[in-house]
Ligand binder design. Structure first.
Ligand code: NAD
Length: 302
């Protein structure tokens, strides 16, 4: 299948690479020339704008970092909406159900079908093709693109209602965000009382506290203090804010979500939007006066 791909960042690049390796001719665009060159080296054709991509491919995918970027790429000047060949736009970004529905409505006026298709599973999942791919939109269109999406992960049809896959994704990421800060608090509590964080993580991962932060994020990025898991704090905070908006628009007030949201606002204020989201442990360490160290276990802050 001839595919256009816009946004070749931490997630977009490995997804686009898998699509090429599976034999799909690719036309690509990114604001950053360097990202396009890396894909061109693997056989992709470069384009000069989202519109140029949409002039050359019936199916256009995007993996972009903000709601504004998705809106502009899809419906702005020189956007996908102006393309001559495009029939469907698949947004792999997390934009929330309201923005997805807005883009859906604007594209529909130009006979372009929008399938929203946020993904979960991180950079590792994108590289290995093991993402959870959540799709909403017309079922027939979903069936048409399912084989291509299967190259990047396990594909789930969520429903025909525009934006419903985004609601699914926000529920997932609220749990991921909660796991990260809740595990940080639990481990910091142990370290403060003198426990070895390595032993703590081993015990949690053999016990009922097991979660994605204890299983993946702590061993790979927190205990070694590398803070390089591959998901920016700014993106996590975007998702938590979107989840809270989603709840409020449904008339819900959820206490755990509100508390998690407040904690992530502290993280973005103290660590900055470009920090890796695993650095969420650091403001919690700072407040407790300890560091969750690696080899030697608990270390008091001097
Ligand atoms: P990223 O910042 O690494 O990549 C975004 C890419 O989009 C960059 O290469 C940037 O140059 C490009 N870009 C930005 N604006 C553009 C525009 N107007 N036109 C063309 N290109 C533009 O972000 P990422 O981590 O790859 O995340 C992308 C999306 O995937 C986000 O919605 C994020 O929430 C979601 N997501 C990320 C992860 C992860 O672990 N990183 C996991 C699941 C979902």
């Amino acid at each position: 299948m001839n595919i256009g791909f816009i946004g070749l960042g931490k997630m977009g690049f490995p997804m686009a690479r898998r699509l090429i390796e599976a034999g799909n001719p690719l036309v690509v665009f990114d604001n950053q020339r360097e990202a396009m060159d890396r894909l061109a080296a693997l056989g992709a054709e470069g384009a000069s704008s989202p519109r140029d991509v949409a002039d050359r491919a019936e199916t256009v995918m995007a993996s972009l970092p903000s709601l504004q970027a998705s809106l502009e790429v899809a419906t702005g000047k020189d956007g996908v909406i102006e393309g001559g060949k495009v029939r469907r736009f698949i947004d792999l970004s997390t934009v929330g159900s309201h923005m997805a529905a807005r883009i859906h409505g604007l594209l529909a006026k130009h006979d372009i079908v929008q399938l929203d298709s946020p993904v979960s599973g991180g950079v590792g999942g994108a590289e290995k093709g093991t993402l959870a791919v959540m799709v909403s939109g017309p079922k027939a269109e979903f069936e048409a693109v399912k084989p291509a999406l299967a190259v990047i992960g396990k594909v789930f049809f969520i429903g025909e209602k525009p934006g419903s896959a985004q609601t699914m994704k926000l529920a997932n990421n609220l749990l991921s965000a909660t796991a990260m800060v809740a595990t940080s608090e639990a481990v910091v509590m142990g370290v403060k009382s003198g426990l070895d964080p390595n032993v703590m993580i081993d015990v949690i991962n053999s016990g009922s506290g097991l979660n994605t932060a204890s299983r993946d994020k702590f061993p790979r990025s927190v205990l070694p203090r590398s803070f390089d898991f591959g998901f920016a704090t700014g993106l996590m905070v975007k998702d938590v804010r979107l989840a809270l908006e989603e709840m409020r628009s449904l008339g819900l007030n959820m206490e755990v979500a509100e508390a998690v949201g407040r904690l992530w606002e502290v993280v973005i204020r103290e660590m900055g939007p470009d920090s890796d989201f695993t650095s969420a442990v650091q403001p919690i360490e700072k407040a407790a006066g300890v560091v969750v160290g690696s080899a030697k276990g608990a270390q008091a802050v001097t």
